[in-house]
Structures are given as C-alpha cells and as structure tokens.
Design a protein around this ligand. Sequence first.
Ligand code: TMP
Length: 208
Amino acid sequence: MGKFITLEGIEGVGKTSNLRYIKELLESSGHDCVVTREPGGTNLGEALRGLLLSHSDDNMSADSELLMMFAARAEHLSKVILPALENDQTVLCDRFTEATYAYQGGGRLLDVDKISELEEWVQGELRPDLTIILDAPVEIGRARAGSRSEPDRIEKEQDDFFQRVRSAYIELADHYPHRICLVDASKEFVAVQQQIQEQLVEYDILNS
Ligand code: TMP
C-alpha cells in the first residue's frame, strides 16, 4: 500500500503553494504521486463540489452539506484513492475527512457522532497516514486571501465560523498526534516549508 497524505487548513494559509512544495519533495525522493482534492477528484465529486460551493443553494441544510461531502468522498475513494494506494502510489489530497470534522462539525456545529458514523461507513479502517494542518489565526488567513476572488458559499461565512473551524482542527491534532500534525503557517513561507519537511521525516514519509 502507498502512503496517504492530506493537507488541511482554513482559507489563506497557503494550502495551494504548499501542496506543490510537498509534491516536489515527495517526487524528488522517488514517490510516484497522485495529487487530488476534496470535495472533487472524480466527475461526480467535481459536480458535487460545484453544487456545494455555488450560491445557487445558499440555504442548503447542514445535513445535506455533510452527506454530499461524504457522497463525493465515497466516489473518490473507490475510483481514485484506493486504486492508487493499492498500486503503491502516494496519494496527496487537498483536504479530506478532517475538513468535515472542522467545517461541518466545528463550523456548522453538527453532531460529531454523525460524522464519525459516516467516516466508519465510507472509509472503514482507512485513515490518512499523515494529515498536515496549516494553522494560522483567522485574521492572517483573511488578510492573505484578500480579495482573491468572489467568496464561495462556504468562504462567505463570518469570522466566528472560521474560529470554530480552526479550533476543531487544533483539537484533531491534539487527539490524534500519531497521524495529524499542526504546522505554524503564520511564519514566512520558507519557515513553513522547513516545518513541513521536518514533519514528513518525523512521520516516516521521507527519509532524513
Ligand atoms: P478548497 O479546498 O478549495 O479550499 O475549498 C473547499 C471548501 O470546501 C472549503 O471551504 C472547505 C470545504 N469543505 C468542507 O466544508 N468539508 C469537507 O469535508 C471538505 C473536504 C471541504
């Protein structure tokens, strides 16, 4: 089985550029990488992503949102993630179930037991080998994201929503230190990269 690595964080913490950096690091040490994202990564998943992030259903219920995240995930696991892992490839995924705990559990205040039941159903025993959470205060994320583009249905939430998302991520890292780490993304880009590299070594993904 290949390694399964996921990257998380609130908006503006540098997920996109650090994903590219991780991919380069992994490939230069011989990993055959599949880079993908959630919600998305398959035809059905990308269509669900469109519905989840567009403003056409601005008042979508939190339960519908949760179930669509997991519908996209079930498709992604069966069509992309599991076949790649079985083929000894390294899967690098931009967000996964930890985002559901953070956004739907923390942000939307949904019952965490509902999320863990779906996690069990859709994933069985499968958990990422390593989840890197890029952590920074909400104000810093907001300032960095700036007015990059028109906010989507989730990005348009207020700061208190993102404070809860951030706290939920921090709690996840506290609960599962054997597979989830926090990286201080408020630092300069090079210092963030340095921490990421150290964590990849620490969690036995890269050799020292
Ligand atoms: P992004 O990955 O392009 O940042 O956007 C995806 C959005 O979807 C982001 O606002 C986080 C949100 N999301 C959830 O709310 N729950 C989830 O389970 C996942 C994977 C993403």
